[in-house]
Design a protein around this ligand. Structure first.
Ligand code: FES
Length: 374
């Protein structure tokens, strides 16, 4: 039977001391899970080790932890694979590192307080249907294709792995966050709900709402159920800005429009135009900036300086207007063709209609079925 070393970050509040690391040697089949390893350590080596779990089948969402730095479910991670991952670069001597989830206060060992960072925000998005008008005599009838659109968001088991991995929440703890916003899409996308515009307006105007996501993809990587919370947030933004023309006080919609306008014109991002186009777009904006634009521009300067200092903005030259070139040759026309194609149709792909390899035809058919005209 193979043996594995688990290095667990522990915290015992009753001890009055800070967190510490403890190693456990466990023996179990490589196909069993990291959770099985933790339970063996608790049962055979140290009964004080605390871990939360219930179903042991990736259904209840209780056993979220970080394994080798990646937020995931302990019961869904094979111990042999976790060992391989820990030793990819080190030839075999490294332990499997297990920590409590991030962005949440730790209650004890691997158990985190999900109320303050997860459930509170989950309730914030009104996670229930709010239909309009009188209820039908019998059940609400929903077309199957409308439900396909929200099935991906419905697959969420509320484990909190995406919240743990979210880099925006790390920088801004009040961010509503990937799990709650994916749940918001579940109701925005449901044809039975009568509060679509109100929900979108609320989440667009909130400074910690849909525009605080920075597209880092960490939640997409972490989600053990393929919910891809960031995709759901982008859907919320698209419906809020494109379909409902909601202009938010955070300037998120205009900022996105500035990005697309610049890429359409130049193929890559001209940083020298981004702020001006975001706050005072076009020639009209340059000649007669709207009230508040100059103030907003000045308020953005510290962010720009931070971007230069941290290397996000790599070249000061790029901030000089007119320096940035268009893509060479035919490349710029190809970018324009991509814009034209995407603007003609909008295809929503999700868990049930994303496909690979040989199954092209059913995938294309299902995608066409869910096509939404822009
Ligand atoms: Fe239920 Fe892991 S124990 S999801």
């Amino acid at each position: 039977m193979p043996s594995y070393t688990l290095q667990v970050r522990r915290y015992l509040p009753e001890s009055g001391k800070g967190p510490f690391w403890q190693r456990f040697e466990v023996e179990l089949d490589e196909t069993l899970s990291v959770l099985d390893g933790l339970l063996q350590a608790r049962d055979d080596l140290d009964g004080s080790l605390s871990v939360r779990c219930s179903c042991r089948a990736a259904i209840c969402g209780s056993c979220g932890v970080k394994i080798n730095g990646q937020s995931t479910l302990a019961c869904k991670t094979r111990i042999g694979e976790a060992h391989e991952l820990a030793n990819r670069r080190n030839g075999g001597g490294q332990p499997i590192v297990i920590e409590p989830m991030g962005n949440m206060p730790v209650v004890k060992d691997l158990i985190t307080d999900m109320e303050s960072t997860h459930w509170r925000k989950f309730r914030r998005v009104t996670p229930w249907l709010q239909p309009e008008g009188d209820p039908p005599e019998r059940e609400y009838v929903v077309p199957a294709e409308a439900m396909i659109d929200v099935t991906q968001a419905m697959a969420c088991i509320q484990c909190g792995a995406c919240v743990s991995a979210c880099l925006s929440m790390e920088a801004s703890p009040e961010f509503v966050g990937p799990a709650a916003l994916a749940k918001a899409y579940r109701f925005v996308g449901d044809p039975r709900d009568g509060q679509t515009r109100e929900r979108l307006h609320d989440l667009a105007q909130d400074p910690h709402g849909i525009y605080e996501c920075t597209h880092c993809f960490a939640c997409v990587d972490a989600c053990p159920k393929g919910v891809a919370p960031m995709d759901q947030i982008m859907r919320l933004r698209r419906i809020a800005s494109h379909d409902h023309k909601i202009t938010d006080r955070n300037n998120g919609r205009r900022h996105e429009e500035a990005f697309t306008k610049i890429i359409r014109a130049k193929g890559t991002l001209d940083e020298s135009l981004l702020l001006q186009e975001s706050f005072a777009p076009g020639i009209a904006g340059k000649l007669k900036p709207p009230r508040g634009a100059l103030k907003a521009l000045l308020a953005s300067l510290p962010t720009a300086v931070r971007g230069i200092r941290t290397g996000k903005m790599r070249s000061l030259r790029k901030l000089i207007p007119g320096i940035h070139h268009k893509l060479p040759g035919d490349a710029q026309s190809q970018v324009k063709r991509i814009f034209a194609t995407t603007e003609q149709s909008r295809v929503e792909l999700n868990l049930y209609i994303k496909g690979e390899g040989s199954e092209d035809e059913p995938v294309a058919a299902a995608a066409a079925e869910s096509e939404v005209t822009a």
